[in-house]
Write a protein that binds this ligand. Structure first.
Ligand code: ZN
Length: 419
């Protein structure tokens, strides 16, 4: 299967951790092909002491494997100017395990996966080189810097809420929802990972049958702005939740504290852990909020229009990049939820959506501080973001099948997101 021929929705959470260090976690990937979904389910996992100890050994061995394989590639290249492929390295695994029997503790597929990850890192590096950037050569992984391993077809069993890994142990899962393993659906891979001393399991499943929602004959335009999280063409404003602002303040305080503390000191370590936990909490809260908002729009509208992402570069102000990432993340959640439910998303060019009058189409110039759109030509006066949302809806629906245009039964969802 060539995945490049399919639509890929990758939903990425970006966390700003440890000041400038940016960690990227992919938590949900949905690939859609002929209405069959590949979906990722994430669960918190609770290993007992013995399992946790053994899992840590497996992770450490995976890390060593990664570093050894990287070293081998570098050496061979230095000596003979030849590149080793992932396939070459995988073929050497049986002999390697005879020589270093401790690696027999790691499931074979997980070791193969380590080599594939290294290969991906190489490919990403070569892609960057092609575009003229000589950076990001694969790096050796430091102690405790290898946090996940993957299994494919065998080596595990799922019994109710227990995940049993052969030679590793038992993880008790918190199954907040069931994996819909009906019809041809099956688990493709399992990834165990550790984050801030917590354990999680990702199940990638394919052949999941989408749950198409019945048509409701409504369409909507969504404008994301500086002041509210978003405004829709029905006039609903979804505010940024207050808890996010509070948490952001605390993160700023902790970051400042961290920057003043002595490198390598215990206090600094403590602050760092606290900061990482706070980041994780905010990221979960934000995700939860965005899921709720996206669910609302997918449930109530067949056609959802929003601006293309590039437009957001023009916003100024504090935490700009975090805001951008929040929208990026939100639109990805919206995309895959829509795809699953058989809803349509239209991305419109962002040019003039806030300057044009939604009543008469004339351009009414205003800067970001002007919150009210007031048109001298047709006398239309309304909220600036609502005007933009109406323009986005008009642009989005103008090229659509007429069945999407019935927008008569407007729904008022005031304050549903305000706690
Ligand atoms: Zn006008």
């Amino acid at each position: 299967m060539n995945i490049y021929q399919n639509k890929i929705f990758i939903f990425i959470i970006i966390n700003y951790l440890f000041l400038s260090k940016i960690l990227v976690y992919i938590t949900c990937i949905t690939i859609v092909e002929n209405n069959i979904l590949i979906k990722t389910y994430k669960f918190r996992a609770y290993p007992n002491k013995a399992t946790e100890a053994q899992t840590s050994i497996v992770l450490e061995l995976c890390r060593q494997m990664y570093n050894l394989a990287l070293e081998q590639r570098i050496m061979i290249y230095k000596q003979s100017k030849k590149s080793l492929s992932c396939y070459d390295q995988q073929n050497q695994l049986p002999d390697f395990k005879k020589e270093f029997p401790q690696f027999k503790q790691v499931p074979s597929q997980s070791l193969q996966d380590v080599l594939q990850r290294l290969d991906k890192a190489y490919q990403a590096f070569f892609r960057r080189v092609k575009t003229g950037k000589i950076s990001g050569f694969p790096r050796f992984k430091g102690y405790q810097r290898y946090d996940s391993f993957t299994l494919t077809q065998y080596g595990y069993k799922l019994e109710e809420s227990n995940l049993i890994l052969t030679n590793v142990g038992v993880f008790k899962l918190k199954l907040h929802r069931q994996i819909p393993l009906e019809a041809k659906a099956k688990i493709k891979t399992i990834t165990i990972y550790r984050k801030n001393s917590k354990w999680f399991v990702l199940f990638v499943c394919d052949n999941i049958i989408p749950k198409i929602l019945p048509k409701v004959n409504r369409s909507i335009g969504i404008d994301v702005g500086c002041e509210s999280f978003l405004t829709d063409s029905n006039g609903l404003k979804v505010e940024n939740p207050r808890f996010l602002n509070k948490s952001t303040e605390r993160i700023t305080q902790l970051s400042q504290k961290l920057s003043k503390q002595k490198m390598g000191s215990n206090r600094r370590k403590k602050t760092r852990l606290l900061l990482a936990k706070k980041h994780e909490k905010v990221s979960n809260q934000r995700l939860d909020f965005q899921h709720k908002v996206a669910k609302h729009y997918v449930k109530h509208y067949d056609l959802i229009c929003h601006e293309k992402m590039q437009a957001f570069k023009s916003f100024r102000g504090l935490n700009r990049s975090m805001r951008d990432m929040a929208w990026f993340q939100f639109f990805d959640i919206l995309s895959y939820k829509a795809e699953e439910a058989g809803r349509k998303i239209v991305k419109v060019p962002a040019k003039n959506t806030s300057q044009q009058c939604s009543g008469c189409g004339e351009i009414v110039l205003k800067d970001l501080s002007v919150r009210i759109h007031s048109c001298p030509h047709c006398k239309l006066t309304l909220d600036r973001d609502l005007n933009a949302a109406l323009n986005i809806l008009r642009l989005g629906t103008s090229l659509q099948d007429p069945t999407y245009l019935n927008n008569s039964n407007l729904v008022n969802f005031d304050n549903i997101f305000v706690k």
